[in-house]
Ligand binder design. Structure first.
Ligand SMILES: [Zn+2]
Length: 303
């Protein structure tokens, strides 16, 4: 690997399958100079922003290349504050319940659950209600503090890759919208393998580059954003998991629920509807279920 600047580095191999059969496919429209922690917030609205992208001809994986370094990413995430994420807590909780239900179907019986990229703890709070013992890690200090204040949850602060954890201890590990943000996805999945029990279940959710929504929206796809440095397909995600010693048990298309307010606020031409306080709070109360199916939800167990 060659260093371009101290903050970005160039890969010569695919981060999923290690093939050197990689080609540049798109040029970036994000400026290195202007890149900052506000652009990687979960609720960032600046869609259609990409890094220089390379594609692996062997496993179909697409990834930022050059890519921000692990240390740079860690520093940026540590600074994130995103209060509007919590405004949608109700909808987000609804999104997470089918995940708990599916994990339980594959491996009946509760136990220890570890959520990687736990954000403000909405998922772990739901898991605890369903009698899981919650544990997890999050890079943003603000999010860790919010989880403690709002849900009385102790979430570890830092990076999953470098924190010492008990091996073969967790009945489930979840990575919901996490893997596309980190420089070394293979190492993260390998670590999940280490800490899971023999019959433990890994659940992973990530945007699907080959989804219909991605194809229809083209360059304006809302998962094209500075925070995303990987774009998986079902093929590359399966390859990643199998390489780390997992077998795929089940794959679904992820469905989102959020309020009408959230959707409208993300469609610039409808923004005028939120100018009045009455309409604004009215739209907050209307849940919308969007079966976009533009994320992959995948469940795996050890081979
Ligand atoms: Zn590859």
């Amino acid at each position: 690997m060659k260093k371009d600047t101290p903050l970005f580095w160039t890969r010569t191999e695919c981060p999923v399958c290690s093939s050197s059969n990689i080609k540049i496919i798109r040029q970036r429209n994000i400026s290195y100079k202007e890149f900052n922690h506000d652009q990687i917030k979960i609720t960032d609205k600046d869609y259609g922003k990409i890094w220089d992208l390379s594609r692996c001809s062997d496993c179909t994986h697409v990834f930022a290349n050059p890519c921000p370094t692990a240390d740079y990413i860690r520093r940026l995430y540590a600074q994130i504050k995103d209060p509007s994420y919590e405004e949608e807590a109700g909808g987000r909780e609804k999104n997470f319940l089918p995940i708990l239900w599916n994990i339980n179907k594959i491996h009946p019986g509760k136990g220890n659950i570890f959520d990687v990229g736990a954000a403000t703890g909405i998922f772990l709070n739901s898991a605890r209600k369903y009698r899981w013992r919650p544990d997890g890690i999050e890079a943003s200090s603000w999010a860790v503090g919010t989880a403690q204040k709002k849900y009385n949850l102790k979430i570890r602060e830092g990076a999953f890759e470098s924190i010492p954890l008990k091996e073969k201890y967790y009945q489930s590990v979840t990575m919901i919208d996490f893997i596309e943000h980190i420089p070394y996805p293979y190492q993260a999945v390998l670590k999940a393998h280490e800490i899971l029990t023999r019959a433990g279940v890994l659940c992973l959710v990530t945007p699907n580059l080959h989804s219909l929504a991605a194809k229809i929206s083209g360059g304006r796809w809302w998962h094209f954003r500075p925070a995303h440095i990987h774009y998986f397909t079902k093929t590359s995600l399966r390859r990643l998991l199998e390489r780390a010693g997992f077998k795929v048990i089940k794959t679904r298309n992820y469905t989102w629920t959020f309020s009408a307010h959230y959707l409208i606020s993300r469609l610039a031409f409808l923004d005028f509807l939120l100018k009045s306080n009455f309409l604004s709070s009215f739209f907050r109360k209307i849940p919308i279920k969007l079966a976009l199916g533009d994320s992959i939800e995948i469940y795996a167990q050890k081979k």
